[in-house]
Design a binder for this molecule. Structure first.
Ligand SMILES: NC(=O)c1ccc[n+]([C@@H]2O[C@H](COP(=O)([O-])OP(=O)(O)OC[C@H]3O[C@@H](n4cnc5c(N)ncnc54)[C@H](O)[C@@H]3O)[C@@H](O)[C@H]2O)c1
Length: 310
C-alpha cells in the first residue's frame, strides 16, 4: 500500500497547483485561449428550428462542422438545415424531435449514431417559457417547462455521453439562463427548470472531473433577455447594465466560449456582479437593489412568441 501523504505536503501541492491555475487564468485573460477547431466535429443542436439554435447552427456551419439539428418544429428545422448547408456545413441533418419525450430522444439518438456517427458537441438549447405567475400556471404547462428545459438534458446526456467518455473527447453545452441563477417573479417554473439545468450540467462537470476524464469539456451559458421573440414584451429597468441582447451578439459570445472551452458564460457581464452581490448583500439591501433596477417588473409586459413567428 502506498504511504499516506502527510497533510503539510498535501497542502503544499494544493497551493502550488492553485497558483499555477491562477497564473493560467490570468494569462488567458490577457492572451485569449486559442480556439479549438470544430471542422468535421459532429455537433447536435436541440431547438435548432429558430432563435439561438438556428444562429448557433449557422455559426458552426461556417466553421465546417457536421450538424445534427433537432427541433419539434419540422419546417423551421428543415429551413435551418438548408441554410446551414448553404453556409458551408460539412453535412447537415435535420430530425424532428420532441426533446421532452424520453423515448423519442433515445430512438433518434440511436438513429443519429447509425446515420451520422458519435456526437462530439452536444448543445442543449431547446427551451420554452410559460410566462405565467405560479398560481395561474396550469400543472401541465409547468411540467412541460421541466420536460423541455431540464429533463431533456438528462436524456440527451444519457444518450451521447457514453461515446464521449469512450473516445475521451466531447463537449457538453447547457443553455441555461440568468433566470437559472436568480429567481424572478412571474417566472417561477422557468427559473426552477433553468436552475435544474444549471445544477445538472455543473454536477456532471464535477463528476467527470472527479473521475479524471479530461477530454470532455462543459460550457454553461446564462444570458439575460435576448431579442429572439421568446420573451417578447419583457423589459429591462436598467438598459445600461442589463441590456436586452441582440441574438447575433449572444451567439457570438456563446460560440467563442465553446471554442475557448470556457466553463461558465454569463451575458451581459453584469450578471457575474449580480451573483456576487446576491451572495454578500443582506437580503433587504438585495431586494431594494432589485426594486431600484426594475427587476420585479421585467415580466409585466410578457406576451411571448406568437405562433409561426419563426
Ligand atoms: N430569448 C431569451 O431571452 C433567452 C434568455 C436566456 C436563455 N434563453 C434560452 O435560450 C434557448 C433558446 O431560446 P430562443 O430565445 O432561441 O427561443 P426560441 O423560441 O426562438 O427557440 C427555441 C426552440 O426550441 C424549440 N423547442 C421547443 N420545445 C421543443 C421540444 N419539446 N423539443 C424540441 N425543440 C423544442 C422551438 O421549436 C424553437 O425552435 C432556450 O433554452 C431559452 O430558454 C433564452
Amino acid at each position: 500500500m502506498a504511504p499516506k501523504m502527510d497533510s503539510a505536503t498535501k497542502f503544499l501541492i494544493f497551493l502550488g497547483k492553485s497558483l499555477f491555475a491562477l497564473l493560467e487564468t490570468l494569462t488567458f485573460t490577457l492572451i485569449p485561449k486559442p480556439r479549438k477547431n470544430v471542422a468535421g466535429e459532429i455537433i447536435l443542436v436541440t431547438g435548432a428550428g429558430s432563435g439561438l439554435g438556428r444562429l448557433l447552427a449557422l455559426k458552426f456551419a461556417r466553421l465546417r462542422a457536421v450538424l445534427v439539428l433537432w427541433d419539434v418544429n419540422e419546417e423551421g428545422n428543415e429551413e435551418t438545415r438548408r441554410m446551414a448547408q448553404d453556409e458551408g456545413a460539412t453535412r447537415a441533418y435535420a430530425y424532428t424531435c420532441d426533446c421532452s419525450r424520453k423515448e423519442e430522444v433515445y430512438r433518434l439518438a440511436d438513429q443519429v449514431k447509425k446515420e451520422v456517427g458519435d456526437v462530439s458537441i452536444l448543445i442543449n438549447n431547446a427551451g420554452i417559457v410559460t410566462g405565467r405567475k405560479f398560481l395561474n400556471c396550469p400543472d401541465e404547462l409547468m411540467e412541460k417547462s421541466f420536460d423541455v428545459n431540464f429533463k431533456a438534458h438528462l436524456w440527451t446526456y444519457k444518450a451521447f455521453l457514453p461515446a464521449m467518455i469512450a473516445n475521451d473527447h466531447g463537449h457538453l453545452v447547457c443553455i441555461s439562463s440568468s433566470a437559472g441563477l436568480i429567481g424572478v417573479n412571474g417566472l417561477a417554473d422557468y427559473c426552477a427548470s433553468k436552475f435544474a439545468a444549471f445544477g445538472f450540467a455543473e454536477s456532471i462537470f464535477m463528476e467527470l472531473f472527479a473521475q479524471k476524464i479530461t477530454g470532455i469539456k462543459t460550457t454553461i451559458v446564462c444570458p439575460f433577455f435576448i431579442k429572439t421573440g421568446m420573451f417578447e414584451g419583457c423589459t429591462t429597468g436598467c438598459p445600461s447594465l442589463l441590456p436586452i441582447l441582440e441574438p447575433e451578439y449572444a451567439v457570438r459570445k456563446i460560440v467563442d466560449a465553446i471554442l475557448q472551452e470556457k466553463t461558465y458564460l454569463c451575458i451581459p457581464r453584469f450578471i457575474y456582479f449580480m451573483m456576487f452581490l446576491k451572495s454578500i448583500l443582506p437580503i433587504k439591501m438585495g431586494l431594494l437593489l432589485a426594486e431600484y433596477m426594475g427587476i420585479f417588473s421585467v415580466m409585466n409586459g410578457f406576451t411571448g412568441k406568437k405562433k409561426n413567428s419563426g
